[in-house]
Ligand binder design. Sequence first.
Ligand SMILES: [Zn+2]
Length: 62
Amino acid sequence: MTTENREKRAAVCENCGAVCAVWRRPDGKIRPISSTSGCDCEKRALRVVDALGAPDGSGSSR
Ligand SMILES: [Zn+2]
């Protein structure tokens, strides 16, 4: 069985600003879950957004 410790995250493309769901692997690699993620960029600049639904209210140093 191939059990990858991948996490479902939200990523935003810094090129077009599209938000899509991605798998974040322990490697640090980002892989879009669906090929059609609303981003049509030739070169996607996906940036993982850590805040996925739940805003962490613990240890917020602002
Ligand atoms: Zn894009």
